[in-house]
Design a protein around this ligand. Structure first.
Ligand SMILES: [Zn+2]
Length: 162
């Protein structure tokens, strides 16, 4: 913005403004005159392009660096089938957006029993969500029923259908 202080006249009339005439006497360089004659919109456009290119370069570098970090910490093996999404398209969204999205998804699916933080399923006939421990259709924890209980529940479901 120092350009406007040096050259209060219109940008196109660079050589006729008072500041430019002082410079023109002996020491004015051709580069300064050339720069003053560039329209301001073009300067802003070039500045915007430079910023955009730097942003793209930084984003690409960040993606590469973060992938390297994940590979070398072993995180990549635990990321599951959605790793490609989060690494590719997902990394273009801000990290804060991802975090807010995960919190929203979690709040839609966690158990409605007060103080319970487990993920759950819809309880039939109700607007509530319950985890395996609190779901009325479950007997105890998700991994704690016996094979006999599982077969009995399956048989019961078949009898209910007929
Ligand atoms: Zn629960």
């Amino acid at each position: 913005m120092s350009d406007s202080e040096q050259n209060p006249a219109t940008p196109s009339g660079g050589t006729e403004s008072p500041a430019a005439s002082v410079l023109d006497s002996e020491t004015a360089s051709d580069v300064a005159t050339w720069f003053d004659n560039i329209p301001r919109a073009l300067k802003l456009g070039v500045a915007f392009v430079i910023i955009a290119v730097l942003a793209i370069i930084f984003a690409t570098w960040h993606d590469f660096y973060f992938h390297w970090f994940e590979v070398h910490t072993g995180t990549v093996n635990e990321s599951g089938p959605y790793y490609g999404f989060w690494s590719g398209f997902g990394s273009d969204i801000g990290e804060a957006t991802i975090l807010a999205g995960l919190v929203t998804v979690y709040r839609h699916h966690n158990c409605h029993v007060k103080g319970c933080a487990h993920l759950g399923r819809r309880v039939d006939g109700t607007p509530y969500v319950a985890c395996p421990k609190h779901h009325p259709d479950h007997k105890g924890g998700k991994r704690s029923i016996s094979f006999e209980e599982l077969k009995a529940a399956h048989r019961k479901a078949h009898e209910a259908q007929q």
